[in-house]
Design a protein around this ligand. Structure first.
Ligand SMILES: O=c1ccn([C@@H]2O[C@H](COP(=O)(O)OP(=O)(O)O)[C@@H](O)[C@H]2O)c(=O)[nH]1
Ligand SMILES: O=C(O)[C@@H](COP(=O)(O)O)O[C@H]1O[C@H](CO)[C@@H](O)[C@H](O)[C@H]1O
Length: 305
């Protein structure tokens, strides 16, 4: 293991986070906390995720916002019914036409929220754990760090089978080998792509946001560039189950992630990916094109009064 990564892993990894909500409320010391859920057609799961955070509202958490990413199902109604404030992506930074993708709603969430610290949770979590938010906030409230990534065992649930592990396919097949190759100092991150993480607003508003599914890897690379390894921590969240997408969908995700890493290494990245689907007896090319431009640092867009 890269020596810097090994030293960081030893110093900045919490394998068994023990912070109590009471301790963390005291540690806030006047700081505020926003919890943000990006959601595209998550009516099945968003309510349960919001309900695991709701008991913290008014003490550890100051606002729970579901960023609706253009859902066509009942995501907004279910999220509001569970106690979240729902914000449509077109309702913030309205002068800019919303782009598709996760990165867009996470970027816009900064204009929709005010917390000094921001916690991101995916809205497709299955059996979400109420301990996620306190654990993610622990290092942010008690150490001098700017980004805290969750890590976990990731069951892979395909059709009716729960394999108990095997999730994080893009992580294991692309992100981890890629980071080991181009940014070995970050090889100590157990879940570099995980969607459960927390960060200071100061950091989040000072970096560009990559489009689509590249948002997590880009934030990690930028946190490392801006604050060094010492500005990053990771906490063990136990087990994380979510809706697992199929391989073709993950191929497009992987292409977006690869592009963000290449561009942050000053290399050209892809703007499309050609895959193949079988129709009848023939294999037909199917090309997905995706937006690749970063959104600019939010602090250059929205002047806070
Ligand atoms: O265009 C998008 C794509 C995804 N998401 C949300 O981002 C999270 C992670 O997306 P997804 O589950 O597709 O990724 P995976 O976890 O399968 O890698 C989920 O809450 C999605 O609803 C979103 O808000 N807008
Ligand atoms: O980690 C991964 O390999 C992918 C796919 O996970 P699975 O193979 O479906 O468990 O999931 C993550 O990647 C996305 C891109 O960074 C994040 O947006 C998701 O939150 C995260 O689940």
């Amino acid at each position: 293991m890269n020596p810097a990564a090994a030293a960081w892993f030893a110093a900045r990894t919490w394998q068994n986070p023990q912070w109590t909500v009471q301790e963390l409320v005291a540690a806030k010391a006047g700081r505020t906390v926003s919890v943000v859920l990006p959601a595209l057609d998550e009516e099945q799961t968003v309510g349960d995720v919001v309900r695991t955070v709701r008991p913290l509202l008014g003490t550890l958490v100051d606002e729970i916002v579901v960023m609706d990413s253009g859902s066509t199902d009942r995501t907004a109604a279910v999220a509001a019914g569970a106690g979240a404030r729902v914000v449509r992506r077109e309702d913030v930074v309205p002068d800019l036409e919303p782009l598709p993708g996760k990165g867009e709603v996470l970027w816009r969430s900064l204009a929709a929220t005010s917390g000094d610290l921001v916690v991101f949770l995916d809205a497709d979590l299955v059996e979400p754990d109420p301990a996620f938010v306190p654990a993610l906030l622990g290092p942010l409230l008690t150490e001098d760090v700017h980004l805290v990534k969750g890590f976990y065992r990731r069951p892979l649930r395909l059709e009716t089978e729960d394999y108990g592990t095997g999730g994080g396919r893009v992580t294991e097949l692309l992100a981890r080998p890629l980071l080991n190759a181009v940014r070995p100092e970050l090889s100590g991150l157990v879940q570099p792509l995980g969607g459960e993480y927390a960060a200071t607003r100061e950091f989040l508003e000072s970096v560009p946001f990559a489009a689509g599914y590249a948002v997590e890897i880009a934030l990690l690379l930028d946190a490392h560039s801006m604050h060094g390894l010492d500005g990053i921590a990771q906490v063990n969240l136990g087990v994380r189950k979510h809706r697992n997408r199929n391989l073709l969908q993950l191929g497009v995700m992987a292409s977006q992630i690869l592009g963000a890493v290449l561009r942050r290494c000053d290399l050209e990245g892809p703007t499309e990916l050609t895959q193949f689907v079988q129709v009848g007896g023939e294999w037909i090319p199917d090309t997905a094109r995706f937006a690749v431009a970063d959104r600019p640092a939010m602090r250059s867009v929205v002047r806070r009064s």
